[in-house]
Write a protein that binds this ligand. Structure first.
Ligand SMILES: NC(=O)c1ccc[n+]([C@@H]2O[C@H](COP(=O)([O-])OP(=O)(O)OC[C@H]3O[C@@H](n4cnc5c(N)ncnc54)[C@H](O)[C@@H]3O)[C@@H](O)[C@H]2O)c1
Length: 350
């Protein structure tokens, strides 16, 4: 990619779909997961801050920045559970990558699809360290926008090939099953959560609600299960009964953010948790016994988006699905910004 100084590669939704399809979604998920793991291994290189959230009655708008000292990235993302009622997504996002040495953006991209991919890749990375060995069956509670991506990431990274789907809206489960036909899953649509968790070694909860909900009760979680808790990701928005947390080994992304947003907001502020990067870097243990209940209390952290942004940027070299965006003012003489405007005015008037 060699671009003029003022031109920023822009990956639209259309380009992102072309990029994912050109690479193949399972390969994309595996390679993105490898980027996340590599960045988690060098966790200490990154600036870290809990995301900046602006809450309202209907949802949340968040900014998620980080930098490794060479490249800076941020994501704008919203979460509005009632949006789907009038045809909008619950979660939409876009993001930017910039060169730290000049401050110039080097990528602007849609991140609604990319967030679903990175969330799923992150969950499957957690599953690599926390799920029981050889797990093949996953219950997916909540069959909305994120669900197929979750299923495919667990298939691509862990070999999960049996899905047990449950959603309060059966149409959502039917759509999820239909979308996944042809990907080699044995899919069962369940009519209760109790039914869905039967025989599942992995339970993914990915529901959307703007309140504390009890998607999983304590009696539904047997020994040895890995819970991938994705939907509880805001203050006052959780999915798991507190008693489950008290029985689980809890793994988080960035503790200061997860204390505010994750399932662990239900626990004392000093309840022990392990940051996943420490497990990936070999400093702490993941699953310790076959009987242990492990929980990935996923909320989504800026470094995962950074990994996703840099993965997409690297792929544009060989799969050039992007447009050149005239985003940055570039006067011939850098300090003559006003002169550039005057010349444009004259050209418009002519
Ligand atoms: N942790 C992360 O990194 C991360 C990333 C993206 C999204 N999320 C969260 O994941 C959740 C799901 O996102 P989405 O884009 O798939 O939303 P979505 O609105 O497309 O789908 C949510 C599904 O949950 C179902 N549901 C709601 N309450 C339920 C219940 N009690 N039992 C079973 N099903 C129920 C709905 O019917 C819907 O089909 C949201 O809360 C979102 O904020 C988390």
């Amino acid at each position: 990619m060699s671009l003029k100084l003022n031109v920023v590669p822009f990956v639209s939704v259309d380009s992102m779909m072309k990029l994912v399809n050109a690479i193949g979604i399972e390969r994309f998920l595996v390679e993105l997961a490898a980027c996340i793991e590599a960045d988690f291994r060098r966790w200490e290189n990154f600036d870290k801050t809990p995301r900046v959230a602006s809450h309202s009655a209907e949802g949340v708008i968040e900014l998620m920045p980080t930098s490794d000292g060479e490249v800076y990235g941020f994501k704008y993302v919203n979460g509005h559970p009632k949006n789907t009622r009038d045809g909008r997504q619950t979660v939409t996002a876009f993001g930017v990558l910039a060169d730290v040495s000049t401050g110039y953006p080097v990528l602007l991209t849609e991140m609604t699809i990319l967030t679903a991919l990175r969330t799923a890749a992150m969950s499957a990375v957690a599953g690599k360290y926390l799920a029981p060995k050889g797990a093949r069956t996953m219950a997916v509670i909540g069959n909305g926008a994120q669900s197929e991506f979750q299923a495919l990431a667990f298939k691509a990274l862990l070999g999960v090939d049996r899905l047990r789907l449950y959603d309060i809206d059966r149409a959502a489960s039917l759509r999820c099953a239909r979308n996944l036909a042809g990907y080699g899953f044995d899919v069962t649509i369940c009519s209760t959560v109790e039914d869905a968790v039967q025989g599942a070694e992995i339970v993914t909860t990915v529901t959307a609600d703007k309140q504390n909900a009890t998607i999983l009760t304590d009696n539904l979680v047997g020994a040895g299960v890995f819970i991938n808790g994705v939907g509880g990701d805001c203050p006052g928005k959780t999915e798991l009964h507190r008693d489950i947390l008290l029985r689980s080994g809890i793994f988080v992304e960035y503790t200061p953010q997860t204390r505010i947003e994750g399932e662990i907001q239900q626990l004392a502020p000093d309840h022990p948790v392990t940051e996943l990067w420490e497990v990936i870097a070999g400093r702490k243990e993941g699953r310790t016994t076959e009987a242990q209940i492990t929980l990935f209390d996923s909320v989504g952290f800026a470094i995962e988006d950074f990994s996703a942004l840099r993965y997409v940027r690297s792929q544009l070299q060989t799969v050039p699905h992007y447009e050149e965006l005239d985003l940055l003012a570039d006067p011939d003489e850098p300090r003559d910004l006003f002169g550039m405007l005057l010349r444009a005015q004259a050209a418009q008037a002519a």
